[in-house]
Design a protein around this ligand. Structure first.
Ligand code: FA5
Length: 341
């Protein structure tokens, strides 16, 4: 009798595991725990069992009933949970499947270009000097040798704040004055990166906000040949070892003499193409020897110290390097553009 009760238990538990929904679970209950089930019948018919065996068999049958009832409750709540989250129902875990890949972000193309520029200048001994984006008219213009009413101000119209004389900087050049005043009379080799703002028409090549990287080297015996050699070396590191450069005379009120540096067009190797507008050359930056008036404003004695400075636009450099046809893509936040880099 005891053995047949154990068999009932084994079969019932094994069948319980096979129930997959409430319908099969109810069927299981009526087979194994209802009044008509074999187990409950045997409990009812205990009077037919010999009196000496009755307590043992009765206890055993009752224990099995409790086990089955508990198992039934457990199974009910398990199946209920499966119904709540059907996605997990009956899904076997396949540990050999490849994991789901995360959507990884990336650095913005302007940041990538800036970092490449930082690395090159760091290798040449230039430190990064951060300078503020909200400037005074005095630093953005006057101390850079651009007095009020100077015609050069027209090229650098900007955004004004409610405080008179406080503007958004039009270039990173005011950082030159900050760096000089903080270091004079010690030699300086710094680059000054950051956002600049100009009140101008937005076109495929011109934005109202854009990055610049300024460079400044001050010391004794720094000459125009140092400027040319250092900037040409930068161009070779940035665009490839065979890159040729040329310097064209230009004008900036804060440098004398002033120049613009072009690199030979790397798309057509100087033959002339659409990107270089058939000239074979691409303009990269403005530069020059720091004007004596600016050296004085920065705290350096112009008879003793000389230096060179330059300013480049990383977005325009990236446009050349990657063939980007419109600067407005940079701040348009379109993933189709950003994901290409
Ligand atoms: C200047 O801003 C000078 N401060 C550069 C300089 C520094 C010369 C030190 C001499 C010594 P310019 O206005 O040309 O120069 O601007 C420099 C670079 O900034 C340009 O070559 C271009 O790459 C970038 N740039 C200027 N205006 C815009 C604009 N609206 N949108 C995007 N890039 C611009």
């Amino acid at each position: 009798m005891l053995e047949s009760l154990d068999t009932i238990k084994t079969i019932a538990l094994s069948e319980l595991q096979k129930t997959s929904d409430m319908k099969t679970l109810r069927l299981w209950y009526s087979t194994h725990l209802s009044k008509s089930s074999q187990l409950i019948k045997s409990l009812r018919n205990l009077s037919n069992v010999a009196a000496k065996d009755r307590p043992t068999i009765g206890k055993h049958a009752n224990d099995i009933r409790k086990i089955l009832e508990q198992a039934y409750e457990d199974r009910t709540s398990y199946l209920n949970k499966s119904v709540e989250s059907p996605g997990h129902k009956h899904i076997a875990l396949d540990v050999t499947l490849p994991g789901r890949s995360l959507n990884r972000g990336r650095l913005h193309i302007a940041t990538q270009t800036l970092r490449r520029i930082y690395t090159i200048w760091a290798d040449m001994g230039f430190q990064i000097y951060r300078s503020r984006e909200i400037e005074t008219d005095e630093l953005n213009f006057e101390l850079l040798n651009i007095p009020l009413h100077h015609p050069a101000r027209d090229m650098w119209d900007t955004f004004h704040t409610n405080s008179p004389g406080v503007i958004l900087r039009t270039h990173t050049s005011p950082g030159q004055i900050h760096a000089m005043q903080a270091n004079a009379p010690d030699p300086i080799r710094v680059i000054l990166p950051g956002m600049c703002y100009r009140y101008e028409q937005i076109t495929a090549r011109s934005e109202i906000q854009f990055n610049q990287v300024e460079g400044l080297a001050i010391g004794t015996n720094i000459r125009f040949t140092d400027l040319k050699g250092t900037l040409s070396d930068f161009a070779r590191r940035m665009f490839g070892t065979s890159t040729r450069t040329r310097f064209r005379a230009s004008h900036f009120p804060f440098t004398e003499p002033s120049a613009e540096m072009d690199i030979e067009c790397f798309l057509c190797s100087g033959e002339g193409c659409r990107v270089c507008k058939k000239t074979g050359w691409l303009e990269i930056l403005g530069c020059g020897m720091v004007h004596p008036a600016v050296l004085t404003n920065g705290g350096y004695e112009p008879k003793k110290y000389t230096g060179f400075a330059f300013g480049m636009g990383p977005e325009r450099i990236a446009m050349l390097k990657y063939g980007i046809d419109d600067i407005r893509h940079f701040w348009g936040n379109d993933l189709r553009f950003l994901e290409q880099f």
